[in-house]
Every structure is written in C-alpha cells, then in structure tokens.
Ligand binder design. Structure first.
Ligand code: GLC
Length: 423
C-alpha cells in the first residue's frame, strides 16, 4: 500500500533510480551509492550475487549527502515499509536505526562479524543485536599536489599553520603564473554531516576534545576548540574558495581532480578517482595524515558504511545472504583495488594486490585504526540533533556570523538542553 508514495519520495530525493529488467519483479531491493564510484561498485557486486544465486535485485541510489540519506531512510523505515530490504548505513546510524533493523547474528550465525575490525562490529551491535555488517571503513586524509609541493620546495605539512602558509604561497604563485582558478585548500564546508567530521578533526587536532566525550561530558566549550574553528574561518575566501561553504565530498573532489587545488581533505575513495584515466592530477598526488594544531596531534575522523537488513523485509534470509556476500572478502578486496574503499577485514591490509593499488592503506594504517569517532554511541537516539547543532555552529563560524568563542559557548548550552532529555 505504501509502495507508491515511498518510491516517489526516493525518486525525488535521489540522483537516479537504477535497476534493470523492470518488467520482472525483483526478489530484493538494495539501497546503495552514490558518492564517487559507490553506485557502480555496488551494482557490480550485486550483479555477481545475482549470477551466483539466481535471484534478481533492484538497486535504488541515494543522495550524496549523508544527512539527506538519513532523512530519506528514516522516512521509509518509520513507515514500516518493505520496499527496501537492504540499506547501506553510516557508521553513526546503528543507534538511530537499530529498532528497524534485523539482528544479523540471528540469521547468519554468531560468528557473522568474524575477521572484521572488532571496534566496528561493536559499533554495529546495539543492545546485543548485530544490526549491520561492516562494508568499508573510512578516515579523513590530506591529499596534496606532490608535483607542486616539489616545484616550490615544500614537504607535506604536519601542522595546520604550515598547510595555511604553503597553500597561500602556491596559490599566489600559480595565479601569478596564469592559473587563475587555483585554490589552496578545499574540504567539506556545507552545513551537513560531512562538516561535523571536518570540524571534529580541526577541534580534536587542536587538543580540543571530541565534542561529547565517551562518558557523556560535553567538552566543546574550550579555547582550543574555539581557536580551531577560527582558524578554519580564516581560510574562507583566502586559501579556500567561498564556495567551499557549500561543498560536500564530491564538490571538493571536482576542484582537486580538475587540477585546481593544492590541498584537499577527503576520504580514501578520492584516491582511485584522482588516479583514474582522464584525471588532471593522475600521478601527481600524495596522501598524508591530516595536519595537527599547535597543541594537538593529527586526528582523522572515523567514517564508514555498513549493510543492514530491514526488519520489514519480506525476504530477510535472502537479504542477509546478499549482505554476507557483499561484505565478504572477495568483494571487499575488489572494492579496495577498484575504488580505494578501505576494507573492514583486517587481513586485507596485508594483501599485496590491495597495497599495490592503494599504497597508503599500508603507510597510513595507524591513521585508520586510530581515527576519532563522532559521539554517536554515547548520544544514541539524539545523535542527529547533536550533529546538526555542531555543523550549524561550525558553519556559523565559517561564514563569519559568529566567533569561535561565541559558537562553542552557545553550542554547549544547546547540547546541554538535548542531553538533559537524552543521555
Ligand atoms: C563519509 C563517511 C561517513 C560520513 C560521511 C560524511 O561517507 O564514510 O561516515 O558520515 O562521509 O559526509
């Protein structure tokens, strides 16, 4: 009964409705994609499972922004709709969505999470129920133009101060040489989940804590956090284009991959695309840990995606089989090599073919395993509100509407109100 309006909602919110052979009803529907090569890689994996199992699967792609994806999923799940069997869910969503998701250990067995990083399996276990299997993990890294840094006599920056100076110098020199579209630094500055991660990285790398600490303490109202946000605001219109205030991952990648930025903060997936045929920066890019603030150390925000089965699925066992296949070793290896998606299976970080395709999976291994988590576990159901408050406050500072000091003080007050009722 709910099928029509929901699919319409999805079509409206999405870049595309993929899927073939509409004439014959599919056995399952999976929602995956759409950032970078996500959708294509998902399609390839699903086709492989179809051949193996003889079943048919429809694929529904989603918006690029994690914030928009979440509201779409919440809309579908809160209607108890069976339209989508398998959901690609963010590492920060298990607490928010667990009531709508199946316990995969019940269907696939108690050892379903074996071989995956234990921290991710724990993250996906809510009140003893394994609500999603890890698909790929993510951590923020710094991309830089190796060729330009060499040409101008610089090494990859270790502090934000160095990044700011190098970015300014190369931007000015390149513009003077006729490359007027060159920018120093691009990142995710739109008011959405991606800014929550970027801002958390600035704050944590200044020694300013991680917004809400694992014990529930709201730690954001401190000088280092304020200084971190002020520093980021000082980049806008200087080393970063004004447009960065509306950038998600893909807009930042577009500028960098087109050869028009010295530095970019992004996730590992951007590597495979930067190295692809037709990329203006192929073989010109280095990847390093993000810089540190004056009193902190490099902090990579932890991200990643998992596959979950809807509690309302009419084919839960088949859906769980698809999830087990897509999150299994062969698929994770293929996705790591083709798309630079970080495996969640520890053993693949020792795989020669994987390391050859993405050398920094080896060299930055510590960055990946020590990434800073957003406070989704401790804030549970309230995480959406916490993140919204943080990215809005950060966006206010970036846009020059508030000082860092004012923003973190206001944010502490707002979060305290949310905390009183929630954690
Ligand atoms: C990446 C991360 C995800 C995060 C999102 C924010 O997709 O894997 O965890 O929420 O970026 O934009």
């Amino acid at each position: 009964m709910l099928k029509k309006p929901l699919i319409t909602a999805i079509a409206l919110g999405c870049a595309a409705l993929a899927g073939t052979g509409q004439a014959q009803a599919a056995d399952l529907t999976i929602s995956c994609g759409a950032v970078g090569a996500e959708l294509t890689l998902c399609e390839e994996g699903v086709r492989a499972w179809e051949e193996r199992s003889g079943h048919r699967v429809d694929i529904v792609s989603t918006p690029n922004s994690a914030t928009e994806r979440l509201s779409l999923y919440q809309q579908i799940l809160s209607a108890n709709s069976s339209d989508i069997d398998v959901f690609q869910i963010d590492v920060i969503w298990p607490g928010l969505l667990s009531n709508h998701l199946l316990d995969l250990a019940e269907v696939l067995g108690e050892d379903a999470g074996e071989g995956h990083f234990p921290a991710i399996v724990e993250n996906n276990t809510v009140e003893g129920r394994l609500v999603a299997l890890p698909w790929f993990t993510d951590a923020g890294v710094l991309y830089y133009r190796q060729d330009l840094l060499e040409q101008y006599g610089f090494e990859a920056p270790e502090t934000w101060q160095q990044l700011t100076e190098i970015a300014r110098e190369i931007q000015e020199a390149e513009r003077a040489a006729g490359n007027e579209r060159m920018h120093g630094f691009v990142f995710q500055g739109r008011a959405y989940e991606g800014l929550t991660v970027n801002a958390l990285e600035w704050v944590a790398s200044h020694g300013g804590g991680s917004l809400v600490e694992p014990d529930g303490e709201i730690s954001i109202n401190n000088d280092r956090a304020a200084a971190a946000l002020d520093l980021a605001a000082s980049w806008i219109g200087e080393i970063a284009p004004n447009g960065v205030l509306n950038y998600t991952e893909e807009e930042a990648r577009g500028v960098f991959q087109g050869g028009n930025a010295v530095f970019m903060r992004n996730w590992p997936y951007a590597w495979a695309l930067a190295q692809s045929e037709g990329s203006a920066v192929r073989d010109k890019v280095g990847v390093s840990p993000l810089p540190a603030g004056p009193e902190g150390q490099s902090a990579a925000g932890l991200g990643g995606w998992n596959l979950a089965v809807s509690r309302y699925s009419e084919n839960p066992e088949l859906a769980a089989d698809l999830v087990a296949f897509l999150t299994g070793e062969a698929e994770q290896k293929r996705r790591a090599i083709a798309g630079a998606y970080n495996p969640t299976l520890e053993a693949l970080y020792q795989d020669d073919e994987v390391l050859e395709a993405v050398p920094f999976f080896g060299t930055l291994y510590d960055t990946f395993v020590n990434a800073v988590a957003r406070p989704s576990a401790v804030t549970g159901d309230a995480y959406g509100r916490v993140s919204n408050a943080f990215f809005s406050a950060s966006h206010d500072v970036l846009s020059g509407n508030k000082s860092g000091e004012q923003a973190v003080a206001d944010l502490e007050r707002d979060l305290s109100r949310v905390k009183r009722r929630n954690w």
